[in-house]
Ligand binder design. Structure first.
Ligand SMILES: [Zn+2]
Length: 109
């Protein structure tokens, strides 16, 4: 029943305090063993391609600026190409991008 999606419900602008706090949490998370293990797998969450761990960045699935948290459930490894593709897209466009990618990779869970 998602016919009348009110995007305002999804994209509540985060206040400055939230952004500061979550960015500092993200810095800590990046140093954690948990994150290092994820990078060690060397796989981009989005395109599923393999990368050198140093070429992967931490991406917030729900961006901090949209109220997302720096929690294990909301951060994924992301290659530079996907990262810049994502930042310049609206979420709906990003979904299209993901659909195209998943069409290419049938082995996706
Ligand atoms: Zn990627």
């Amino acid at each position: 029943m998602a016919e009348n999606i009110d995007f305002d419900d999804y994209f509540v602008p985060a206040d400055e305090e939230h952004v500061k706090r979550e960015k500092s949490r993200a810095r800590k998370l990046r140093k954690s063993q948990w994150w290092k293990n994820i990078l060690g797998r060397g796989q981009c969450h989005y395109c599923r391609e393999r990368f050198h761990p140093g070429d992967l960045t931490m991406d917030h699935v729900v961006p901090v600026i949209r109220g997302g948290l720096s929690t294990r459930g909301n951060v994924v490894p992301c290659c530079k190409a996907c990262n810049s593709a994502k930042t310049h897209r609206l979420p709906i466009e990003w979904d299209d991008h993901m659909d195209r990618l998943s069409g290419r990779d049938s082995g996706k869970p």
